[in-house]
Every structure is written in C-alpha cells, then in structure tokens.
Design a protein around this ligand. Sequence first.
Ligand code: PLP
Length: 463
Amino acid sequence: MDGTFNENDLSRVVEADRAHIWHHLIQHKPFETNDPRIIVEGKGMRVWDQKGKEHLDAVSGGVWTVNVGYGRESICKAVYDQLMKLCYFANSAGSIPGALFAEKLIEKMPGMSRVYYTNSGSEANEKAFKMVRQIAHKKYGGKKTKILYRDRDYHGSTLAAMSAGGQDERNAQYGPFAPGFIRVPHCMEYRKHELDGAPEENFGEWAADQIEEVILREGPDTVGALCLEPVTAGGGVIEAPEGYWQRVQEICKKYDILLHIDEVVCGVGRTGTWFGYQQYGVKPDFVTMAKGVASGYAAIACMVTTEEVFDMFKEDASDPMGYFRDISTFGGCTAGPAAAIENMRIIEDENLLANCVAMGDRMTGNLQALMEKHKVVGDVRGKGLFLGAELVADRASREPVDEKLAQAVVADCMAQGVIIGVTNRSVPGRNNTLCFSPALIATADDIDQITDAVDGALGRVFG
Ligand code: PLP
C-alpha cells in the first residue's frame, strides 16, 4: 500500500467536500483557507490522507470505533456475502445474522438475554429510556419515570439523549430538553476538590452516596433508572474510584431502580473485557452499544436487556398497548450483524482482549513516564486501550491548561503522522484531556510511536 491517489479525482473530491459536506463537530471557517482532510485508505493501525501522508491512528477512526483495525478482508467478505443473500428486512421478521450475532453476544453477557437492534448509540439509549417510561406506566401507575444521569457523561446527540447529557458545552443552545432527566454528580477522583464536601478517603462510596441523596430528594418512587457510562469517555476518560460500583448496585437494588450501562464506547473489547461493566462486577438491566460492535465496517447498534425486563412487555389481554411499540428502520439491516459476528471472531481468535490489556499497560507506563518528564501532565487514567492524560497549568491547583494548548499538542502529533484526540466541547473549561484509543491490534512499537510523538509535542508546545 503506498497511499497514492489520482490527483484529478482528488481535487474534485476536496472541492465537493468543501462545497457540500457539513462535517461533524467542527467549525468550517478553516476550510476557507485550508483543504478539508480526506481520509482515503486504511490498513491495520494506519490511514492515508489525500496527500498520501501516512498517519498512525491512535483513536480508532476518531471516535473509539475501529477496534480490529482497517482493511479486514474477512469482515468485508462476510458483509458482501450477506448483502448478496439478503440486504434488509424490517426487524419485525428475523434474519440469520441478526439471530446468530445476538446468540454470540449474549454468550459474552451472562445475565442478559434480549437484543434490540437500533440505528445508533443515541437511539439505543433512547430505546432503554422509552422502556423505563413504559415500565413506569405498566408497573408503577405512571410513577418512576425519572431517569438519573451523571455530570460529564454523554449518551448521544438526539434530544432525549441530550436530556441525559452531563456535558454542558455539548448541550448549550439546544434546550429546552425533555423533562424527567435528573443529574447526579460526577465521580472523578482527580477533580473531587471541585465537589462540595468530597472526602479525602473513601471518595468512591461518597460519590455513589451522592446519587442516593438525589434519589431521596426526588422521591424513590419517582425514579425509574440510573444511566451511567462504565468509563466516562468524552467527558474526560474517567474511571470510577474504588467502592463506587458496589454502592451504585446496592442503591439501585434498594430503591428498585433499573441500571442502564452505556457501553457505546467501552463495548466489545475497548477496556480489555468484552464490556466495561464486567470490570466492576455490576449486573445491569440495560446495556447499550454501538461503535466497536462491528468496528465501523457496517453500522450497527443495539440495546440489550434481561429476560426479566422482556417479560414485562409480554402479551397481556388486559393491556393490548403494553408491548414495546417501537421500530428502527435500519435495525433490520443485515450487514451490521454479519460484520459484528466476524468482528467478534477476530477478537477471540487473535486474542485481542489480552493484547488490549498488555498494550494498555504499556501505554499507561509510557504516559506515566511522560508525567515524570512534563509537569503539564497532571493525571494519567483509563482502562485497557481507553486512556487519557489530563493537562494542567499548575499541578497543585489542578488548573486546566488553556484548551487551545491541548489542541496544539494534537496538531503537533498530527504533523508527526500520529492522530490522537482531545476532549472536545464537552465540559466548559475542562476540554484539556488528551485521548488515546488505538485499535486492539496495536503492537508495542505502535504504542511507543504514539507516546514518543506526544513527548515531542509536549516539549514543543510547553517548552
Ligand atoms: N454514548 C456514548 C458514551 C458515546 O460516546 C456516544 C457517541 O460518542 C453515544 C452514546 C452516541 O452514539 P451515536 O453517535 O452512535 O449516536
């Protein structure tokens, strides 16, 4: 692969993009003077842009998605074969890959039982929200409709998902939001000094107790569910501290509150286990997933729940409206589950969960070494190959660096041919965490190349 591209086509593509594409999550002013970046090809851990420049992708397609790397022939073939056989049928009927992927997935999720296919991660979350609301009507006389979500967590871009959004910068100017979504505090050890009354010791339990306080304030008979990311992604790569998850589970049980874990980022291997929640011994009622499910080879997202929840929606002559009256058009696409089956087989056969743990440890060690060298690195955190490094202007006060400087580090790495990420327009004044999520196939050399690039960039940007 040399990454070359036909120059004539290239200028046409750039002009078509400049003229017609509304890109996600970025401002377009720079394209008045600079060309938009077009990613032309990918192979393994690397992608090539329109100029033929090679980049080591340390963010799996930008947003934690291409977990098994680019150019996987076996996934493409599985998708091709399936599309030739049957591309689509609405999911009120079944399909071969839909059923077989569900069976394979549930094998990896003890306690879970039913898979509901959707169009996107946002929508998967909304399916769970709708189920919580319907359960409130069916079982609790219209009470228990409230859904708790956490400061700094993100659950998607649609309006109800944003109503459960703990990132104020993402939400600004898009309100009013749906009622009945209630915020609980974050559980970020590194920034606990910003939370009133947070203790030095046992912060994890204290942070979970703050959720109980909100439940008691709202009234336990009004709260139906608690929705959490297992490791907060765009809100700053935040792993909950020791003691947190156990208390969360106890609180949900005590107040009969359904636990919804949003695995849109962590799901299917990113943290070194199939799902992030499996690191913490939690038993969820809903699990939602999207990005890594088929590593981006085909669009697929789903909401997974228990047989107990499913049973609540069974036929009941006294309540003919009581089943889940919902549909997602592209939940009937067969390319997604066909790709997802092959994606999972690759993870198993190539032992990628173990590689994720080993390479995650290596990268954590490398980033910790950078912390020794560059005082601007205030904290290194995360799980598996889902890591962050928070940049601070002052280690003692933990004052974040100006986010333009964090972006300058990303730009410097890009110039070196390494694509890293940074928290982006999420929490006001707190978009200062560099993000790393290389594919699970990363080698020791890849990891070292990424952290060497960061080392050089930190030196140039901060001196
Ligand atoms: N949940 C989390 C934790 C996410 O990070 C995202 C997207 O980044 C979503 C949900 C929304 O997924 P989608 O963009 O597929 O709607």
